[in-house]
Design a binder for this molecule. Structure first.
Ligand code: ZN
Ligand code: ZN
Length: 308
C-alpha cells in the first residue's frame, strides 16, 4: 500500500475556513506551522500507513461525522474505569495520567472509578502464557454497567487495563480500541513497558523501575489515553502532519507521536469543546513541566509565543 504525503493545497483544504475562529485559535493553526509541525515521514514496511489505507479526515468530513462525543447539558464526564490489577510498581500511574486528560479535553470532567476485576464473561486467549483479552467484551461491560455510573453525567466511559488486549482473530494485539457509537473504549498499558518485548511477565514484575523507563512509560501512557479518547471525540487517524492522532503499529511509531494535535486535528477538537487554546497550552505546558516531560513543555511554550 503506498502512502503519498499531502500537498500544501491538500493541507489547506483539510483545515478548511478558519476565518470564524477566535483570534488565538486562528494563530494556533496558522502561525509558523512549518517550524512547529513536521510532515509525516514515508512509512516503512511494518508501519501503520504501510499497512492501512488511511484517506485522512478533513475538517469538513469531521463536521459531518455523527459518531462523535460532544459535551451537552449535564453530559460532560469522561469516566475512566480501571479493570484488573494496577497494584504493582510498573503499573501505569492513573492518578497522574488523568490530570493530562482533564486539561486536554478542556470543559469535560474526568472521574477515575474504583478498580474492578475482569468478569467471567470477558473472553481471553493465551499468548505466551499470559492472558490476552478481547476488546469487544470490555465495550459490552461498559455499556451494561452504565446505569451503575451516573448516566446523566456520562459523556464517555473508557476502560484501562494492564492486561494485553486484541480486537479479534487475525490481530496480534491493539493498544486500544474505541466504539464511538456507544461512547466507550478500552486501552491497554501492557505493551508500553520498554521491557514488554524483552522479558516475560514475571521477570518484568521483578525488575525495579528505572527513572529512564518510568518516563518512557509515563509519556506513552498519557499518549495512548489522549489518542484513544481523541477517537471517541470523532478524530480519525491523521495523515497531514506528525500528530498525536497518527496511527501506530509499533513502539517506534508510538514514540514518534507527539503529545500535541496538528492544526487540522486541533480545529476538530476545538469545534466540539470550544476551549481557550492559550489557556489550554499554558496549563498543559505547566503539567508537562511538573511531570518531567521536557520536550513537550518546550514545544507548548514555543507555540504560546506565536499565539499571544
Ligand atoms: Zn488510533
Ligand atoms: Zn493531526
Amino acid at each position: 500500500m503506498s502512502f503519498t504525503a499531502s500537498s500544501n493545497e491538500q493541507m489547506a483544504d483539510a483545515l478548511g475556513d478558519i476565518s470564524q475562529l477566535p483570534k488565538t485559535m486562528k494563530m494556533a493553526v496558522s502561525k509558523e506551522i512549518e517550524e512547529s509541525f513536521q510532515p509525516v515521514p514515508r512509512p516503512n514496511g511494518g508501519d501503520w500507513l504501510a499497512q492501512h489505507n488511511e484517506r485522512g479526515q478533513t475538517m469538513e468530513s469531521f463536521q459531518k461525522t455523527s459518531s462523535k462525543a460532544i459535551p451537552h447539558g449535564t453530559h460532560k464526564t469522561i469516566y475512566i474505569q480501571p479493570i484488573g490489577s494496577f497494584n504493582h510498581p510498573r503499573a501505569a500511574p492513573l492518578d497522574m495520567i488523568i490530570k493530562f486528560v482533564r486539561i486536554f479535553f478542556s470543559g469535560c470532567e474526568v472521574e477515575l472509578l474504583p478498580t474492578v476485576d475482569f468478569t467471567k464473561d470477558m473472553r481471553k486467549r493465551d499468548l505466551g502464557g499470559q492472558p490476552q483479552y478481547l476488546t469487544g467484551d470490555f465495550h459490552n461491560y461498559l455499556v451494561q454497567t452504565r446505569s451503575q455510573r451516573d448516566p446523566r453525567r456520562e459523556l464517555l466511559c473508557v476502560a484501562v487495563t494492564m492486561a494485553d488486549i486484541y480486537p479479534g482473530e487475525g490481530w496480534n494485539f491493539v493498544y486500544g480500541q474505541a466504539r464511538p457509537n456507544d461512547g466507550v473504549g478500552v486501552y491497554s498499558f501492557a505493551r508500553l513497558d520498554p521491557l514488554f518485548y524483552r522479558a516475560n511477565f514475571e521477570e518484568i514484575l521483578r525488575t525495579p523501575l528505572t527513572e529512564a523507563h518510568r518516563i518512557i512509560m509515563f509519556r506513552r501512557c498519557v499518549k495512548v489515553l489522549l489518542h484513544e479518547i481523541g477517537h471517541l471525540f470523532g478524530l480519525k487517524h491523521c495523515i497531514y502532519y506528525v500528530c498525536l492522532m497518527n496511527g501506530a503499529n509499533n513502539e517506534k511509531e508510538m514514540d514518534r507521536q507527539p503529545l500535541y494535535l496538528c492544526p487540522v486535528c486541533l480545529c476538530k477538537l476545538h469545534s466540539s469543546l470550544q476551549f481557550d487554546v492559550q489557556h489550554l497550552y499554558e496549563t498543559f505546558a505547566d503539567q508537562c513541566n511538573k511531570y518531567g516531560l521536557e520536550p513537550e513543555c518546550s514545544w507548548y511554550q514555543k507555540r504560546l509565543e506565536y499565539i499571544h
